[in-house]
Ligand binder design. Sequence first.
Ligand SMILES: *Cc1c(COP(=O)(O)O)cnc(C)c1O
Length: 376
Amino acid sequence: MVTQTKIWLSSPHMGGNEIAYVNDAFNTNWIAPLGPNVDLFENAIQDYINNEVHVAALSSGTGAIHLALEILGVSSGDEVLCQSLTFSASANPIKYLGATPVFIDSEYDTWNISPGLLEKAIKDRIVKSKKPKAIIAVHLYGMPYKVEALKAISKKYDIPIVEDSAEALGSMVNGVKCASFGTIGILSFNGNKIITTSGGGALVTDNKEFKAKAVFLATQARDNAPHYQHSHVGYNYRMSNVLAGIGRGQMEVIDDRVAARRANFEFYKKNLSHIEEIVFLDEPDGFFSNRWLSCILTESYEKRESIRYALLKEDIESRPLWKPMHMQPIFADAPKYTNGTSEDLFNRGLCLPSGSNLTDQDLERIVAIILKEFTP
Ligand SMILES: *Cc1c(COP(=O)(O)O)cnc(C)c1O
């Protein structure tokens, strides 16, 4: 029997020049959390998103959310509104600051935070508790949230938005790139994201002072003095100059990576959408998803699991959608505003292998296994 290679959900995909930029760091002995690669990587992200933004390269997307919340003034005892259907890293930094997450359910057009429920929650918190300090909205799997509706709510109630674009580098609404819609945007370059620095993240903002504050806090908050003096609690969150070299190489191929992920989605859709029980999430008008992960909805939890097991048996990794935060044991006590959408998506949804390095044979192998699950 021929053994087939394992297919991962989303694996790193180097472009080729990364190693040269890493070598630059070695050859010049810039083995430090600052240096030319960091500046050039930040510039490359800025050029890609738009020239109005300032970018601070950091050690992780989680660290970027932590700094964003702190810069927006979130502190102990505050409340922060957060999309419930997301990875736990969106919500954990709320806890780092001693604040309380308030979880908001999704809508079916984008699977992201429901604007209607968000506004209801804001009104209710103001009456019952206090005005929330920030909103964390997420472009899940690369599909943008309803940016116009969210912006209007943010403005109406004067509550800033942390735009979690960890999964959405390259996604757009009306030609404008994600990470530039929120008061502060964040990116992740973790190993399974659309581009990677093996581990890393960035804070993106059109406010120059916010960037300066982020870099200050990320480098142990040193006051301007010849000795080490500190009047703030700081963090060690800056990106290493070695890893930023990987990032520079990855930014050279970002357009190819987006195209390849979108082609995966189109392949699945073309070969599976004739099956009535399988539903794909289409892009609303003006929305452009990087299709970081290609996801399907099945008719039931049982069917979702039977497809997942069939793939697993053939050494193919797939994954249920994120389990909503309001259903997680660690957040059991958090206030929540739910409508059943995220729980339904979690029960029926499956993320299919989506790497930009998948071959046509890989995709055909995956589709054949799924089709077998629908053959009587
Ligand atoms: C990956 C991810 C993060 C965290 O990024 P790290 O770089 O892994 O810390 C945050 N939010 C979402 C939605 C993510 O997918």
